[in-house]
Design a protein around this ligand. Structure first.
Ligand code: NAI
Ligand code: 15L
Length: 264
């Protein structure tokens, strides 16, 4: 690619991928509402609020691919979620439609399906069961991606990310963990395949325990290579085992299922 846009580039995943995806494009265009630091020679910094339609249109112009990490990444007040994850995603897709429909990686979340129980194994055809306003906003993004694919041919990989951190932080994350290396390999595949369409897939490493079945997207040729297993003893030793009826043990979305609705 000539120019790859990473939104949310000042955030946890955006910061990591800023350092790991440079080989995919001549130029990385990096955007966020938060401070992005100094631009490296191969980087363009374009700060913007995703809720600002005109700014997002200018942001997307000239990009051949988009990794969309920007937005509210946990539960929060509706005004914040709706600005970033509803209006922001709409603005992004409208901008993409007007500027050549660059392929998009949409960072959806396991919280789009968080109310499935952990003893259920679901695949990429599972109906949404969002576990809060944040999850609902991700379902909206998934639906918008699907509509823009069917109407206009816009290609998106809808990645329901599990828990992508340097290492799993609790017992549930032993099942939901996605290593950074596996995520990089996934993004490489998404931009490499000749025809993508608009698949839903689970962003999860090759963990010994899992809730999710990615066999429906085997054609993508992505083979996660990491596992949370080496971290199990550390988690067992450092954290009390939660009660059998605790949300983090019962539901795929864990404690998000017990979060309240945040009023503005
Ligand atoms: P993060 O919260 O660290 O990063 C999100 C970034 O988006 C922040 O830098 C923030 O400033 C920016 N942002 C928020 N509102 C904005 C707005 N209105 N306009 C422009 N930028 C805005 O989150 P993280 O962990 O890096 O996640 C990245 C994406 O992946 C998010 O969309 C999140 O929902 C999704 N995700 C992440 C998971 C994980 O395990 N890290 C799991 C599931 C989904
Ligand atoms: C998410 O969607 C969040 O963005 C991330 O911070 C984690 O909470 C993750 O889900 C998770 O479920 O572990």
């Amino acid at each position: 690619m000539k120019r790859l846009l990473i939104t949310g580039a000042a955030g946890g995943l955006g910061h990591v991928m800023r350092g790991r995806l440079a080989h995919l494009a001549d130029t990385l265009r990096l955007s966020d509402i938060a401070d992005l630091g100094e631009a490296a020679p191969n980087e363009e910094l374009v700060p913007c609020d995703l809720g600002d339609k005109a700014a997002v249109e200018a942001l997307v112009a000239g990009c051949d691919g988009i990794v969309h990490f920007g937005g509210k990444s946990v539960e929060g007040p509706w005004s914040v979620i709706s600005n970033a994850n509803i209006d922001g995603v709409f603005n992004l897709y409208e901008a993409a439609r007007k500027h050549g429909m660059p392929r998009i990686v949409f960072a959806s979340s396991n919280h789009a399906i968080g109310f499935y129980k952990q003893d259920q194994r679901i695949d990429n055809t599972a109906l949404p069961r969002p576990d809060g306003l944040y999850g609902v906003s991700k379902v909206f993004g998934e639906a918008l991606a699907s509509a823009y694919h069917d109407k206009f041919g816009q290609e998106t990989a809808i990645v329901r990310i599990g828990s992508s951190f340097p290492e799993p932080r609790d017992h549930r994350m032993l099942s939901t963990w996605l290593s950074y290396d596996d995520f990089v390999r996934l993004i490489e595949r998404i931009f490499d395949v000749p025809k993508l369409g608009c698949p839903i897939l689970y962003g999860v490493s090759d963990n010994a325990t899992t809730f999710w079945d990615n066999s429906g997207v085997a054609w993508l040729g992505w083979q996660p290579q990491d596992s949370s297993e080496p971290f199990r003893a550390k988690i067992d030793g450092s954290r009390p085992k939660p009660a059998a009826d605790a949300p983090e043990v019962v539901y795929q979305g864990g404690t998000f299922c017990a979060d309240t609705i945040h009023e503005d």
